[in-house]
Design a protein around this ligand. Structure first.
Ligand code: S3P
Length: 177
């Protein structure tokens, strides 16, 4: 697969900077950028917070799968995904069909700081109880980290990188291949 012609798919835990980094990569490569969370909100006609509140996580994951199927069939996109897509191998299988998968990593402290803003987008970590959210974050991170590694063609540690620096690093890695 010619990497620079395929979709560039960013995966990773909440708060690793997928959306900001993806937007920059898309701008640099003059490509269209899509964010699966935004597409889910459009499809449901509800915000992520509302989907989790009025429906449930199962409903959210169902739309997430549908949206991933749609974007996976396209080409030349930069795709930013929600942190939970790796729960279902079918999502990764589809995204890999036309895409190269890059996992963004960040350490727990950085994630915690980042997710404390934009809480509405992260109902899974927004119980209202900080200690409980921190425990949940740790559990989820432990469970998911191996799945990001397993799914990724490339892994980039973005803990100490601003989105522009992470974008530069990813482009460098991809161009080398
Ligand atoms: C989720 C991550 C969120 C969003 C939803 C569920 C998850 O996206 O899809 O709140 O399960 O990790 P971000 O990773 O962009 O925060």
């Amino acid at each position: 697969m010619n990497i620079l012609k395929s979709n560039i798919v960013l995966i990773g835990f909440m708060g690793t900077g997928k959306t900001s980094t993806g937007r920059i990569i898309a701008r640099r490569m003059k490509r269209k950028f899509v964010d699966t969370d935004e597409l889910i909100e459009e499809d449901a006609g509800l915000s992520i917070k509302e989907i989790f509140k009025k429906k449930d996580e199962k409903y959210f994951r169902k739309i997430e799968k549908k949206v991933i199927k749609i974007v996976s069939d396209k080409k030349n996109l930069v795709i930013s995904t929600g942190g939970g897509i790796i729960k279902y191998p079918v999502n990764i299988k589809r995204l890999k069909k036309n895409g190269v998968v890059v996992a963004l990593l960040s350490d727990e402290k950085v994630i915690l700081r980042r997710v404390s803003t934009q809480k509405d987008k992260r109902p899974l970590l927004n119980s209202g109880n900080r200690a409980q959210d921190q425990k949940r974050l740790r559990e989820l991170l432990q469970k998911r980290l191996p799945l990001y590694f397993e799914a990724a063609d490339y892994v980039v540690d973005a803990s100490r990188l601003a989105p522009a620096q992470a974008a530069k690093k990813i482009l460098c890695v991809l161009k080398k291949d």
